[in-house]
Design a protein around this ligand. Structure first.
Ligand code: IMP
Length: 199
């Protein structure tokens, strides 16, 4: 049975300040305080899963157990059809320790050229998990479909945004206004689904 969140406080299983601001803003109107894994000095578990679901649930579960509070975690990335879903869960890792996304995007484009067909479809995926200390979990998924363009365009956003054009648009995620991206992104859809399911 689906479990509803009934407390006043939850942990965000992420050390990323941007994510903390985003999730705090979404949950504040519901009277929920979000504390970050960094504030509680929680360790960052290794992402050993081989799916977005596996990594999202392992992060949420680890934070819930250590903090003894419900915990929210997300795992996201870009899945490219012609590359059999790569970079997928390896999206951050393709950019290397320097977080060089110009290089990561070039790697995607090289892969598309090598694939030798004209399928440039891709999707950004976000899997969100809300876990409780007793190991109960609720999971939602958001997907934003689009196509990849080359060369990359736009200065906004982050990661693979400059080469991703969502369906029905003529601008990349890096050209679209931040507020607009927030409304249609994979993360927004996963959060919306979680709010409807558990809050
Ligand atoms: P994580 O969920 O914080 O581990 O992020 C995974 C990686 O996926 C990021 O480092 C980005 O490379 C990529 N990614 C996730 N969401 C987006 C997005 O909205 N735009 C561009 N890249 C993204």
């Amino acid at each position: 049975m689906t479990r509803k969140f009934s407390g006043e406080k939850l942990v965000l299983a992420s050390h990323n300040k941007g994510k903390l601001a985003e999730f705090s803003g979404l949950l504040a109107p519901l009277g929920i305080t979000v504390v970050s894994a960094a504030e509680l000095n929680l360790p960052e578990p290794e992402e050993t899963g081989d799916t977005f679901e596996a990594n999202s649930t392992l992060k949420a579960l680890a934070a819930a157990k250590v903090s003894d509070l419900p915990a929210l975690a997300d795992d996201s990335g870009l899945a490219v059809s012609a590359l059999n879903g790569d970079p997928g869960i390896f999206s951050a890792r393709w950019a290397g320790p320097e977080k060089d996304f110009a290089m990561a995007m070039r790697k995607v484009e090289d892969g598309l050229q090598a694939a030798g067909n004209d399928d440039r479809s891709a999707a950004f995926i976000c899997v969100l998990t809300l876990a409780w200390p007793d190991e109960h979990m609720e999971v939602t998924r958001g997907e934003c479909k689009g196509k990849l363009i080359w060369p990359p365009r736009g200065d906004g956003g982050f990661g693979y945004d400059p080469m991703f054009m969502p369906v029905g648009r003529t601008q990349t995620f890096a050209e679209i206004a931040a507020d607009e991206k927030k409304a249609i992104s994979h993360r927004a859809l996963a959060v919306e689904a979680m709010l409807a399911k558990c809050f």
